[in-house]
Design a protein around this ligand. Structure first.
Ligand SMILES: [Zn+2]
Ligand SMILES: [Zn+2]
Length: 257
């Protein structure tokens, strides 16, 4: 096993607009490098997904967290909910609430634990990687084998059509299953803004992993195609507009429908 370098800082933080900040973990392989979206509201903030849980997000984002914050789980894959345990208030779709509270799969950073068959499948799906799931250590002496997703409190359970109100902004919960059964998006009709989680992003979509379901995913894609989006802030990869959304949907439908 080769030695990993030690990261200068774990999170890369980019201000997108006055009230939206993107945090990512550059030393996590692309497969597991989720977009963490901080949305500042008048009455409360949202932290949409929380990353791997290797390093404290609350500490890294302390300068952003001036008021109460709800940690949203767009879905409960390891890379999206790793730091939910740090937040008193969390929000998740009813189908995945148990998984957030007591994860049945606590994840791993070790390729040897994932197994060659799983790694081969992920490479085929568009996520080749060599070695383990991080490319630097958060601090000297960090033991990759110590990684384990922690239990998180569940304080708000949502379903299709619920409203997430942060004072000056109102997001409608869209149930967007297919990638996972309880995947949600947050849709702000007024600005055409969609936080899509892993329902759609500008990269290789995963629809053959545990919990994914292609016919359901096709229905979600058709629904997304009709949404009058201006901007999609997704679970991975750069944000995009409606033209790209339609391209991504059509490419998926051409492949699967
Ligand atoms: Zn996912
Ligand atoms: Zn993801």
């Amino acid at each position: 096993m080769h030695m990993l370098p030690i990261a200068d800082r774990w999170f890369e933080i980019t201000r997108i607009s006055d009230d939206i900040t993107l945090l990512i973990e550059p030393h996590v392989v692309p497969l597991m490098r989720c977009n963490i979206w901080h949305v500042r509201g008048r009455d409360r903030d949202l932290m949409i997904d929380t990353g791997m849980g290797i390093v404290s997000l609350r500490e890294a984002a302390a300068h952003l967290l001036e008021k109460d914050v709800t940690a949203v789980a767009t879905h409960t894959h390891t890379d999206h909910v790793g730091n939910h345990h740090e937040f008193e208030h969390t929000l998740v779709h009813e189908i995945e609430a148990d998984q957030l509270q007591t994860p049945s799969d606590r994840g791993t950073l070790l390729a040897s634990v994932m197994g060659t068959e799983a790694i081969r499948k992920l490479a085929k799906a568009g996520y080749p990687f060599e070695g383990d799931l991080i490319t630097a250590l958060p601090h000297a002496g960090y033991d990759l084998a110590s990684y384990s997703l922690r239990d998180a409190p569940v304080t708000e359970i949502v379903t299709e059509g619920d409203i997430v109100d942060i004072g000056n902004r109102h997001f409608e919960v869209l149930h967007l299953p297919g990638h996972s059964p309880g995947s949600i998006g947050l849709w702000e009709a007024k600005t055409g803004t969609l936080f899509s989680g892993d329902a759609i992003y500008d990269g290789p979509l995963l629809d053959e992993i545990d919990g994914a379901h292609i016919p359901t995913y096709i229905r979600t894609m058709k629904r997304l195609r009709n949404l009058p989006v201006e901007i999609v802030h997704a679970g991975h990869d750069p944000s995009f507009g409606r033209t790209r959304l339609i391209q991504l949907v059509d490419a998926y439908l051409a492949k699967r429908a």
